[in-house]
Every structure is written in structure tokens, then in C-alpha cells.
Design a protein. Sequence first.
Length: 292
Amino acid sequence: MTKRDFFIAVALMCLWGLNFSVIKLGADQINPILLTALRFISAVIPAIFFIAKPQVKHRYLVAYGLCFGVGLWGMMTWSIALGLSAGMAGVLMQVSVVFSLLLSWSMLKEKVGLNKVIGSLLAFAGLAFSLTLQDGSAPHVALVFVLIGALSWSLVSLIVKLSNVKEVFAFSVWGMLFAPIPLVLLAWLTHGGDIFFALPAQMNTSVWFSVLFQAYPTTLLGYWVWNKLVLKYPLSTVSMLTTLVPVFGMLGSMVMYKETFSITKWIVCSLILAGLIISQMKWGSLDMKKSH
């Protein structure tokens, strides 16, 4: 990975880490599934009217919308509404690193170097260690939703890779078209119709900020950059960069919600960062090519 792309990726991980705190801002006030639906409605409309449909098979667009909208962010937002702290949401989501390595090896036949195996094991150790937290920031009831979200993130990257799409931004927008309706149906099936009648009165300034921040910088800009990186580099390489998300997620939660940093949380972050550094090394040096 070039130095330029590496630093762009780090900036993106910072944005995504802070996004968990912004999600909590909205999920504390309205139904989490409806919040996610509003995120994707805002991201798709009006952008889709100005962007031509990408030249890919429909099944990739549908799969992307379902995995990205419902599987990833629907489940992650729901887990935060169930009590998972914004900081720990970013941490636990990194189970996707392990899923991505397995998928890249089994589905894409990518070579997974020893450095990435060691890096993923360290990251996984950090995640496992986070389960020992006793401060209520990671309730076990939310873990099922986190695991679904983590697996879905890995599947999203796999779908982009398999589609071999060239129009990356168009693919993101048109794929997200298939997210809002399933999310609205899921919200209705799990919480009933009353949540729709209560919604207008709940849409205050902070909720709108949560929706728009998630829709534009996080989703439209962020996943355009991410999907370009996924197409450019091996999935096993870019997936390890996501281990930075929980570090920025914890910092954002500390600033916005005064989440305390215990020794356990510091150990978790240290293991994850060590995993990232090792995964990017090749025979003792960073595996980066000079930018051209």
C-alpha cells in the first residue's frame, strides 16, 4: 500500500471511529432501525437521480444493500441502543478482521502472510480481552448483533471485490437503494407501528445531525474511499486497517460521553494497534510502496 493511500485510510478510520458516538446521539432518542433507515434514505436521495447505474449484475447491488444497510449498520446501531458504548462498539466490530482473512483465503484465494495471521490473532486477543469488562459498556445481549454486523462488513468487502465494479461511487449509491425498505420492514416487525407515529416529534436538531453525519461524510464519502481501496489492494491487507476504528471510537466516546478508560480498555487498544502494525510489516519493514 502506498504511503498516500495509507494515510488516507487512517483518516477514514478516524471518521468511522467518531461515527459510533454520532450514532449513539441519534439511537438514544429514536428507534435504532429507523435511524439507520433514515441514514440510507438521506444517502441515496437525491444522489441516485444524478448518478448512472453501474455496469454490474443486480444481485451484487441487492446483496450490497442488504449486507451493508441491514446486516452491518442496522445491527450495529441496534447493539448501541441495547447499551453497548460507542467506544466498545468500535472495538467489538473488529471481529470483522478475522472474518475478512478467512473470506479472502477461502473465497478469493488470496495469500495470507504470517504477519497478517499474527496481526489478526493479536487483534482477536484484544477483542476477547474486552469481554472481561465489568463496567456495563459491553452488555452480552448486544454481542449477537455485533457479530452479525462484523460478519456483514466482511461480506460487504467481498461483494465489492467479486463484482469487480469500476464505478465505485455509483455502486455504493445504487447498492444502498436496497437498504431502506428492508430496514423499515424490520423496524415494523420488531417494534410495531407506534414508532412511526412517534418519529416526527422525535426529529430534533441532534437527531438530524446524527442522520446527516452518517449519510454524507461517513457513508457517501467514506465508503467511496473504502471501496476504492478494497478494489486496489488485497482484502486481507485493507481489512487490517479497520483495527484503528476502535481506537478513534474510544477517543470519541471519551470526549462526547465521558467514557472512562480503564486499564482493560488500554490493553485492548494496545493489542489491536500492535496487530495493525504487524499486519502492515514485511520482513521487518512496512509493506508500503512509494507514491507515484
